[in-house]
Write a protein that binds this ligand. Structure first.
Ligand code: PLP
Length: 280
């Protein structure tokens, strides 16, 4: 048995690598095993993206340089255009958009911007293990909003007010959800938005999966499309929709005041994320 390391962070030493990542690392050492670990698109990064990247690697002398802390203006413009088309709301690329190294990094920056030690973030349960870990890493407390299989894993907005107190900063939502695949109803999502507005909370909409549906797309409702919630919702999107999970790239659309805070976190942590592509 290896000796425990002396003087490492008590928060980190109390954590474990999630079962999904542990499985992936073990499976990588085995032959003939099927991966049932992380959620991956079944197609490869689309050809127009691969070609554009290849062209730019060849022709753009700045391709290997830092971009700005909120990302390249061209990519932010393209993200703003995509968000306008998808959510039908006005977005300003300078004011409201940040390029991220994927939703995970974007969320991490948001948690850093929101959490003081002991602050609480509400997360649906069952949920995505990394959300719980990231909140703990920032010194926060994940508050489990339990969903019930008997109700089809649907949100239960009536239970939400009882989870909110003076330390609550935000609610994390994933729809379609991981791990249940549940698409939360428009009615319930709007109710959560109303509660967040009344209690002055942020809603962090982690959206890796809205492009992955079969017959249910008309049931998907994007809470970022509600103009009255624009001061409350941060919306994160990209890598899975374009089969670019390993490229670590994404964008978030967030309230201007929150972007100012997250810029400080980017400055202190990743500096920037440069996308070698011009449009999502
Ligand atoms: C709920 C959820 N959020 C975020 C991610 C990761 O997203 P990204 O690749 O954009 O960092 C995953 C990946 O499995 C996920 O399931």
């Amino acid at each position: 048995m290896t000796e425990p390391l002396a003087r490492v962070s008590t928060i980190v030493s109390s954590m474990t690598v999630s079962a999904i990542k542990e499985m992936a690392m073990r499976a990588a050492k085995m032959e003939d095993v099927a991966s049932l670990t992380w959620g991956l698109p079944s197609f490869r990064t689309p050809e127009p993206i691969r070609r554009a990247v290849a062209r730019q690697l060849d022709s753009d002398p700045d391709i290997g340089k830092y971009s700005l802390p909120d990302g390249l203006p061209e990519f932010r413009e393209a993200a703003a255009k995509a968000h306008r088309a998808a959510a039908g709301v006005e977005v300003d690329a300078d004011r409201d958009v940040m390029i991220t190294a994927g939703n995970m990094q974007g969320l991490n920056a948001l948690f850093h911007a929101l959490i003081d030690p002991g602050d609480e973030i509400i997360v649906t349960d069952p949920g995505f293990a990394s959300h719980f870990q990231q909140i703990r890493l920032c010194g926060g407390k994940p508050v489990h909003w339990r969903l019930d299989e008997a109700r089809g894993w649907q949100l239960d907005p009536d239970a939400l007010p009882g989870l909110i107190n003076g330390r609550t900063k935000a609610i994390v939502l994933v729809s379609p959800s991981n791990p249940t695949g549940k698409i939360f109803s428009e009615q319930n999502l709007r109710r959560v938005g109303q509660i967040a507005q009344e209690r002055r909370l942020h809603i962090l909409l982690d959206d890796p999966y809205s492009h992955f549906y079969y017959e249910n797309h008309e049931r998907f409702f994007n809470l970022a499309s509600v103009p009255e919630l624009s001061d409350h919702v941060a919306y994160l999107f990209f890598s899975k929709a374009y089969a670019m999970t390993g490229w670590r790239i994404g964008y978030m659309v967030l309230p201007a005041g929150l972007k100012k805070e997250v810029l400080k976190v980017h400055d202190a942590t990743i500096i920037c994320r440069r996308a070698p592509i011009m449009s999502p």
